[in-house]
Design a protein around this ligand. Structure first.
Ligand code: ATR
Length: 267
């Protein structure tokens, strides 16, 4: 039995995605959504694994708690200080984080864009940003610069990963790839970035997704950016890595992204 734990969780696509993966290898799978009260994440997770649970995905707002709850953590969970994947290994609760590798695969395999030697601008310095920096660095980009509304948070995160940071109003059109890891799109607000910065980029990626292009991607399209991509690929690719950890099978990502996009477009 598998499940995704979150609050809210009703919107989660994880059950559909994991069912698509399971059908690729002809596996029968039980994968449920578990709405967890804010103060009982640890109890619910322990209960799940005691009663035969095999693997769990963890979403907002429990990723940090999942990391802290585990007996053992992977290097990528350690770098992110957060976990989105849990399972038992030799009787111990093991936590991993597949978000960062999901972003990298979405950019490289779904958007067909190589990150090696590219200059990356990462917008945001919250949990989502922290989770993707190490996997991005592993692709050997020319540089990663972090910009955030609250400058001190960008500075702190950059120091942790030995990358650079800059204030939003000092961003110049010097980047090949711009990745939005802020939650600004959700509130219909954007950072005041010079349109020339977006126009100059080869790829603008928003970790958010929806049936319509996010506000950030609309801005980039209007500015004339050649390739704008939303976070649906990342959602599927992070799930694929969890699936691999649990079942030892690497699902095809692209077909599932297409199927999900069609489902999202339906009224
Ligand atoms: P998450 O886990 O999604 O990263 P978070 O840790 O709360 O959530 O971080 C949210 C990020 O989105 C932060 O970088 C935040 O900027 P601040 O550090 O200045 O708060 C950014 N963010 C949220 N709303 C924003 C907005 N309207 N404009 C710009 N940045 C915003």
């Amino acid at each position: 039995m598998f499940a995704v734990f979150g609050n809210p969780v009703a919107h989660s696509w994880s059950p559909q995605i994991h069912q698509c993966f399971a059908s690729q290898e002809g596996r029968q799978l039980v994968y449920e959504r578990r709405l967890v009260p804010i103060d009982s994440f640890a109890d619910k997770v322990q209960e799940f694994f005691r009663s035969g649970g095999v693997g769990a995905n963890v979403t907002v707002p429990f990723k940090t708690e999942a990391f802290q709850l585990a007996d053992e953590v992977s290097e990528r969970a350690q770098a992110a200080q957060a976990a989105n994947t849990l399972f038992m290994r030799n009787g111990r609760l093991y936590a991993d984080n597949t978000d960062g590798v999901g972003l990298v695969r979405a950019i490289e395999q779904v958007a067909n864009y190589g990150l090696c030697d590219k200059r990356i601008l990462l917008l945001g310095a919250g949990g989502a940003a922290q989770g993707v920096i190490q996997p991005l660095l592993n692709q050997r980009p020319a540089s990663i610069s972090i910009a955030n509304r609250t400058v001190t948070k960008a500075e702190k995160l950059a120091a942790k990963f030995a990358t650079s940071w800059l204030p939003v109003n000092e961003i110049k059109p010097d980047y090949d790839v711009i990745i939005n890891a802020t939650s600004g799109s959700l509130q219909g607000e954007m950072m005041p970035i010079d349109l020339a910065v977006l126009a100059r980029a080869e790829l603008v990626y928003d970790m958010m997704y929806g049936s319509e292009p996010t506000l950030f991607l609309q801005q980039a399209q209007q500015a004339g950016c050649r390739q704008t991509v939303d976070g649906l690929g990342m959602l599927v690719a992070q799930a694929a890595e969890s699936y691999y950890l649990w079942h030892g099978f690497r699902p095809d990502i692209n077909d599932v992204v297409l199927a999900l996009r069609q489902q999202m477009d339906q009224p």
